[in-house]
Design a protein around this ligand. Structure first.
Ligand code: 9D3
Length: 271
């Protein structure tokens, strides 16, 4: 897969992929990563890439000409049909399903901004799509581009040492992850769940599914609402809910699932 980024700080993007699963994927040629810098397309003695906003106001806006030239250069080097995606706070939320679709294609061109953003005409002329990571403010689009690249590249065939991990990801199942434990079996008086040490793989699988369903119900009820449950899943979730109710009765007001005590007690009260 061919990945190009258009941005003013290429080292932020290249530096993010020196190590790790995606770094190895680029090293081994599973994907290629190129950066195109609008500054290299800026003319004039100062090679300026920004200018004051028409209409006034704080900050600067990326100048159209160098950005247009950089995006078009990136497009010219990319496979036919590779989408040009602008990272902006106004974009559609980036989700796992989009990562999967992008990983199935031949390439992506990610355009990252700085300052107050892009001249809107460049977005109109060149963007196939706008993506946002969510409702928080970054200081530029480079880290957002890195997030998209990471989410896509780890899905490429040959990127993960163990292909099972990609399939078993939370979000491929539509549920949050079940909790994980490793040695030692006791940490500061806290024992790892006994079922995990017992070696009964069917019981382990059922326990993990129950935990995944229960945590999703407590922490991200909207994910459960968007997903159908089969008979076993419904039974396991009911077991989890009964456990939660019993725990709430044993210790009123002290129900907690680590950081989500309020959500958890609300969920239990709603039953
Ligand atoms: C929303 C704030 N904007 C109005 C005051 C100014 C502004 C701040 C920071 C405009 C752009 C940026 C840089 N952010 C991104 O480029 C960005 C981003 C983000 O800030 N949050 C979530 N997703 C993304 S994708 C690109």
């Amino acid at each position: 897969m061919h990945i190009a980024t258009v941005c003013l700080h290429p080292d932020m993007v290249l530096g993010a992929f020196k190590d790790g699963v995606c770094g190895r994927a680029f090293e081994s040629g599973v994907a290629t990563l190129r950066c195109v810098n609008p500054r290299d397309f800026a003319s004039g003695p100062h090679r300026s890439v920004d200018d004051r906003p028409y209409g006034g106001g704080p900050g600067m806006v990326l100048r159209p000409e160098p950005l247009l030239a950089a995006v078009r250069a990136a497009r010219a080097n990319a496979p036919q049909g590779a989408p040009v995606i602008f990272l902006t706070p106004q974009g559609k939320r980036f989700r796992q399903d989009r990562a999967r679709q992008l990983a199935a294609g031949a390439g992506i061109i990610l355009v990252a901004g700085r300052y107050e953003g892009f001249d809107e005409r460049v977005v109109e002329l060149e963007a196939d799509e706008e993506l946002s990571l969510g409702d928080f403010v970054l200081s530029g689009g480079e880290l957002a581009a890195c997030v998209v690249i990471d989410a896509v590249v780890r899905l490429l065939p040959g990127a993960l040492g163990d292909q099972r991990s990609a399939r078993q990801d939370s979000f491929s199942s539509g549920l949050l992850d079940f909790p994980q434990y490793t040695r030692p079996s006791v940490v500061e008086d806290r024992a790892a769940p006994e079922v995990l040490l017992g070696g009964n793989h069917d019981r382990v699988r059922a326990w993990r599914l129950k935990q995944a369903l229960g945590r999703t119900w407590m922490r991200r009820p909207e994910l459960l609402a968007a997903r159908r449950l089969n008979d076993q899943e419904r039974r396991l979730l009911e077991e989890f809910q009964a456990d939660a109710r019993a725990a709430a009765e044993r210790a009123p007001g002290r129900l907690r699932d680590s950081k989500n005590s309020r959500v958890a007690s609300r969920q239990v009260e709603k039953q």
